[in-house]
Design a protein around this ligand. Structure first.
Ligand code: ADP
Ligand code: GN1
Ligand code: MG
Length: 353
């Protein structure tokens, strides 16, 4: 790690470097220097991202664009350059590394502690969406092709079932049936994207609560992080992914499914923060938000199960059934959303002009 850190223009010399955070994709470390400066060092996932130089080009241009809109240095991520002026370092094993300034005096939550926290995260993601409205979308590389193309996620799921690489297919019959029963409806957003019924915007695409920072003292929206999947997409993806994670009454990997329900109050709270902060959404976009919630939840269930069948190569796991447990919470949430569907639509219709 020392060799890696030497490549970056840090203030002081690194005194410690330890694993940090709860991301599922990259390897993240907190670095503290002898002058007490803190940095985030990340080894990017080569499994998830095929074109890391392209991804880093996106991150660089998006962070520079955001910095140009808000003078507060804590309002967006800042990349630390390498000594030769690049924005990442490739080591002799072919691994890619980057360093960010640590966002100081901030908190990053795994679950909302109060309704207001969740509201503030919605404001942050909505504001992020609005800030990127004039970003030149055509300059972005697609860091994960077909990331939220749900029909294509089903295609990959079928390949995983056929291969059954980890020999687990026979043990997940109910989960497979649940998913396949909903395949047709799950393709609706993708069809609306292709028909142009829903406009493409520059979206974050991974709007979990732990991808946003709140100010530690004021507990207000500060900064959106984890920009690896910023790509053209639908607003429904960002709304949906946030509520599937933050409006659940339990953790994403809760084993006791009786604890996992979809909280309509939190859903409404998120809508209250997100929709006005985005501003200028079309009526069709607003109406697509409940479907975004259901689709993103089902899609995450599908992806967790795909990785479980593949033998757990994509997401970090802490124990062998981890991806299956994650899949089951998502399917439980989808079932609960189906029960609450008319109310979910009613709440969102209240935001129509
Ligand atoms: P992953 O793609 O693996 O989810 P993230 O970029 O989201 O990686 O980082 C993982 C965690 O590290 C975040 O949830 C957050 O807690 C922490 N983190 C990332 N970047 C910063 C930063 N610049 N300042 C403070 N904490 C950060
Ligand atoms: C991953 O990187 P992280 O932990 O913020 C994943 C998301 C999933 C999420 C499920 C690049 O997010 O798409 O929704 O796990 N990110 C990528 O928790 O695949
Ligand atoms: Mg993350």
């Amino acid at each position: 790690m020392e060799q890696v850190l030497k490549q970056f223009a840090l203030e002081g010399t690194p005194a410690s470097c330890a694993p940090y955070g709860e991301g599922h994709i990259n390897l993240t470390f907190l670095v503290v220097t002898n002058t007490n400066r803190r940095y985030i060092l990340q080894r990017l996932s080569r499994r998830a991202f095929a074109d890391i130089p392209g991804l880093m080009g996106n991150v660089k241009s998006v962070t520079e664009f955001l910095a140009g809109q808000d003078p507060d240095p804590r309002s967006c991520l800042h990349l630390i350059p390498t000594l030769d002026g690049g924005c990442f370092f490739r080591d002799t094993d072919g691994e890619y590394w980057r360093v960010y300034d640590f966002v100081e005096d901030s908190i990053c939550l795994q679950t909302p502690e109060t309704r207001e926290d969740f509201y503030q995260s919605a404001v942050a993601f909505g504001h992020f969406q609005r800030q990127l409205r004039d970003f030149p979308a055509e300059t972005l590389c697609e860091t994960i092709p077909d990331f939220h193309n749900t029909p294509d996620r089903f295609r990959k799921f079928r390949l995983a079932m056929e291969a059954d690489a980890a020999g687990r297919l026979a043990s997940v019959g109910p989960e497979v049936r649940f998913l396949l029963d909903r395949e047709e409806e799950a393709g609706t957003l993708q069809r609306m994207r292709e028909s142009g019924e829903l406009p493409l915007r520059v979206t974050h695409n991974d709007t979990k609560l732990n991808n946003v920072m709140l100010d530690a003292a004021a507990r207000t929206a500060l900064c959106v992080i984890d920009l690896d999947t910023v790509m053209p997409g639908l607003v429904a993806y960002d709304f949906g992914d946030s509520v599937r994670f933050g409006a659940s009454t339990a953790a994403e990997d809760e084993k006791d499914l009786s604890k996992v329900t979809f909280d309509l109050g939190l859903y409404e709270t998120y809508a209250n923060g997100f929709i006005p902060a985005c501003g200028g959404l079309t009526a069709a976009e607003i109406e697509s938000l409940p479907l975004g919630a259901k689709t993103m939840t089902l899609e995450n269930g599908l992806r967790f199960l795909t990785d479980y069948l593949d033998g757990d190569h994509y997401y970090h796991i802490a124990y062998p059934q981890h991806n299956l447990d994650r899949c089951r919470t998502q399917l439980k949430l989808v079932a609960d959303m189906e029960e609450k569907w008319s109310r979910m639509q009613e709440i969102i219709r209240g935001f129509l002009p």
